[in-house]
Design a protein around this ligand. Structure first.
Ligand code: UD1
Ligand code: CA
Length: 518
């Protein structure tokens, strides 16, 4: 929206509501102390990068333009921006000559000189949106030239100090390395988040010098310049100092991640989610959980994961971009891009890969891997199976150690198992193949041709018993001893039977009694 402008007594334009707002995020620094090939602002933290968190905090401002100053790792940061915030415009600061130089570079790329410019450091991931809107609202309603977000902290080491005059008003912001001992004692610090009148900022940026310990153009010097020019500058206190914490190394990254975890977890518990061990539960800011969901210890819920009402997840479970239906149970499981239907049961020790879709009340049990497959309503894959590129009908039962042989070395093929079909243990279903509704396969079969509905598919060789083999070829072993003992105990007439059994096993119905496991 175009701003309505009014003329100030000094002739400059004052913008009244609705104001033009420009957000500038500073993200060109290297982040040396991270010791990383990845630019600092791209380090992830519970579902967003550091930069992503800062952009999200600025989101409610509904800025007319969002400029992100990039430099170190500019290509990587630009590519990331295109993914998460396509409206944000990267501006290259080829040489990092300070925060003031960074903002000056950003503003050179925009013609407007009106409204409010909001500047945010790119490495303050705990900043809340309410705090940013609060800062900007206070700034705009006071008609201030510049407003800085400040916080009172126990340990201000390394940060810029808010230096106030006798009357309590902000006089300047002084970097620690340029500060006098008295100024260093100040515990009120600059969070690196500001709102400026655009025209006054532009004017002051033109006057910055790099006459300081680092030889850089400091954005913070704009405050001293504005005060000297008789402009009104203001300090806005952050409601919670934690929000202003920056991230400079991986120890701080871990500390900030824990703080964000606690904030996220507290939020979910207050909406009616049970977290049995919040300290070991890591929920991305992008995840949603419904009432009475329960998350047990050592679990990570990531990306676009959603957990339905009354579902139980964990312990020891990682869900990435996975939907868990109401009342489902997911125990010691790793799932990526899966859809788990309501009242379904997964694990312990299951691996669900992308496009694994479990319908209502389906079961995927222990040591089962599922990929790009639909498990029908109330169908079961209880143990030790690989299910790839398959469609399994409702109420079908897949016996232990069944393998869906989906890959012929060149292409992937589909297997269809019909409704209420019964796949015997250790069946290989060699795709493309279809087992009809209500059909059976015999345990140990390699099914390479379709099995019609209601038929039994069996492909295994007949069993042959070689009598007395152990006594002859393994004499003196514990097996031979056991065989001899069994023969003695059976004694008399039935000796031959007990020792050798029938000469061919299985009889006329190879499926009977040996296809399934429960
Ligand atoms: C800055 C502030 C300090 C404040 C602190 C809060 C200045 C001079 N000091 O110090 O008062 O307490 O933030 O965290 O502003 N950046 C660029 N281009 C540059 C230099 C920096 O884009 O040429 C970016 C960095 O990537 C970073 C942000 O600006 O995201 C802040 O820069 P940094 O060097 O970390 O400033 P601090 O020394 O922390
Ligand atoms: Ca910093």
């Amino acid at each position: 929206m175009r701003p309505q402008t009014a003329t100030r007594p000094d002739g400059s334009n004052l913008v009244s509501q609705p104001r033009l707002r420009t957000v500038v995020v500073l993200a060109a620094g290297e982040g040396k102390r991270m010791k990383s090939a990845l630019p600092k602002v791209l380090h992830p933290m519970l579902g967003r990068t550091l930069l992503g968190h800062v952009l999200a905090a600025a989101g409610p401002l509904a800025a007319d333009r969002t400029l992100v100053v990039v430099g170190h790792g500019a290509d990587q940061v630009t590519a990331h921006l295109a993914g998460i915030s396509p409206d944000a415009e990267p501006v290259l600061q080829a040489e990092q000559r300070g925060t003031g130089h960074a903002v000056r570079t950003a503003l050179e790329s925009v013609p407007e000189s009106a409204g409010t410019v909001v500047v945010l450091n790119g490495d303050v991931p705990l900043l809340r949106p309410e705090t940013v809107t609060g800062l900007v609202a206070a700034h705009e309603s006071a008609g201030a030239a510049a407003t800085v977000l400040a916080a009172e902290v126990a340990d201000p080491t390394g940060l810029g100090r808010i230096v106030r005059g006798r009357d309590g008003r902000l006089e300047q912001i002084v970097e620690e390395r340029d500060a006098s001992p008295a100024q260093r004692a100040v515990r009120e610090i600059n969070a690196g988040i500001y709102a400026f009148d655009a025209a006054l900022l532009r004017n002051a940026l033109g006057k910055l010098s790099s006459d300081n310990d680092q030889g850089e153009e400091y954005l913070t010097d704009v405050f001293g310049l504005l005060v000297a020019a008789g402009e009104t500058v203001a300090v806005h206190l952050a409601p919670d100092a934690v929000e202003t914490l920056g991230c400079n190394d991986r120890v701080e990254l871990a500390a900030l991640r824990r703080l964000l975890r606690d904030r996220v977890n507290e939020g979910w518990m207050r909406t009616g989610v049970t977290l049995l061990d919040p300290a070991t539960t890591w929920i991305d800011v992008t995840v949603t959980l419904d009432r009475d969901a329960v998350v047990d210890q050592n679990s990570q819920l990531q990306g676009l994961t959603t957990v339905g009402a009354g579902a139980t997840v964990g312990p020891d479970t990682t869900l990435v971009d996975t939907t868990v239906g109401a009342g489902a149970t997911v125990l010691r499981t790793h799932a990526v891009g899966a859809e788990i239907g309501p009242e379904a049961s997964v694990g312990p020790y299951a691996y669900l890969r992308p496009e694994a879709t479990l319908r209502r009340k389906a079961k995927v049990g222990t040591f089962v891997e599922v990929k790009n497959s639909e498990i029908g309503e109330a169908a079961k894959v209880p143990h030790l199976s690989y299910v790839g590129d398959a469609t399994i009908g409702a109420r079908a039962n897949i016996g232990a150690a069944t393998i869906f042989v989906n890959y012929d070395g060149v292409s992937k093929n589909r297997t269809v198992v019909g409704e209420a079909a019964f796949i015997g243990c250790d069946t290989s279903l060699v795709a493309p193949v279809e087992v009809g509704a209500g059909a059976y396969t015999a345990a140990g079969s390699a099914i390479t041709a379709d099995v019609p509905p209601g038929a039994l598919g069996v492909t295994r060789a007949q069993q042959r018993n070689i009598e007395g083999w152990v006594l002859r070829r393994r004499a003196g072993t514990r097996s031979a001893e056991a065989a001899e003992r069994a023969a003695r105990e059976a004694g008399g007439a039935s000796e031959g039977e007990a020792l050798h059994g029938p000469s061919v096993a299985g009889g006329s119905d190879p499926a009977a009694g040996d296809t399934a496991t429960e």
